[in-house]
Design a protein around this ligand. Structure first.
Ligand code: ZN
Ligand code: ZN
Ligand code: ZN
Length: 272
């Protein structure tokens, strides 16, 4: 399986547009890995995870032709993960060469509800939305997908983390989420993950109820080890870094490494 993270920042990104904190000012000056756009991933060069406000920026920076993407898997309805307005541009008159297949969007009820509020609605031949149910198993192209409830957004907004399998390898896509819910951990028990991508919003600062910090990541990986989900060969990537972590990328990388993790940055690629 091939994974490329197109965006690895939190809701407001780093630098946050309106913010002059030390972290944001440093990122403006330094650029490179300190610039963290909103969360999105590309699997096997053709499946998107999430569709944030920065999707257009990612198409330019990472040379992705969205018109050729057939499947996008969405975690939840927050704008830094699902910004449906941009989907209008898949249709004429904005798109002069539409494909004869639609873009399929898969996600929890919160994503379907948000999409259905688009006005005017988008024709089915351009975009089709599919509601997924937690704990069910789905086939999306050659991927096998199991959505599980995320610890995120409260009762009003259904949010998923995903177990994704391809070519005999297994990925856990675990952002956005606070420490995983017991029912989700139970569903993972005994499933081995080659790679985990985890919400690591806050460095060692308090993360609030719906995100994790590095201490939470350490505890989570220990629980997953007890459930035979990870071993020393599993690669653990930390993503969704927020400027409220008070970390520049170099420090994030060092702290992640000290704990056996990889600090993600925009454009990082992994193959396993
Ligand atoms: Zn987010
Ligand atoms: Zn800032
Ligand atoms: Zn969120």
């Amino acid at each position: 399986m091939k994974v490329k993270l197109l965006g690895t920042g939190a809701s407001e990104g780093i630098p946050a547009g309106f913010c002059s904190c030390k972290i944001c000012e440093y990122a403006r000056e330094k650029g490179g890995k300190d610039l963290k756009s909103r969360n999105q991933a590309l699997l096997n060069d053709k499946y998107l995870i999430d569709f944030p406000q920065d999707t257009y920026y990612h198409t330019v920076v990472h040379n992705v032709n969205l018109g050729k993407i057939e499947h996008a898997i969405i975690t939840h309805a927050h704008e830094d993960h699902f910004y449906p307005f941009e989907l209008n541009h898949r249709c004429p008159p904005f798109n002069l060469a539409p494909t004869d297949y639609p873009l399929n969007i898969y996600g929890p009820s919160s994503v379907v509800e948000k999409y259905n509020k688009l006005s005017p609605p988008i024709e089915d031949k351009y975009v089709r939305v599919h509601r997924l149910k937690a704990f069910n198993q789905y086939k999306v192209g050659e991927l096998k997908l199991i959505p599980l409830p995320a610890n995120h957004g409260g009762e009003d907004m259904e949010s998923f983390i995903y177990i994704i399998e391809s070519g005999g390898k297994r990925l856990l896509y675990g952002t956005d989420s606070g420490p995983f819910l017991a029912e989700s951990l139970e569903a993972m028990a005994g499933l081995y993950f080659d790679c985990l991508i985890l919400d690591s919003n806050s460095g060692f600062e308090p993360a609030g109820p719906y995100h994790m910090n590095i201490n939470d990541n350490i505890d989570l990986v220990e629980s997953l080890r007890d459930l035979a989900c990870v071993d020393n060969k599993s690669q653990v990537l930390l993503t969704h870094l927020n400027h409220n972590s008070r970390l520049i990328h170099e420090d994030f990388e060092r702290l992640a490494k000290e704990n056996g993790f990889i600090a993600a940055y925009d454009g990082i690629e992994l193959e396993f």
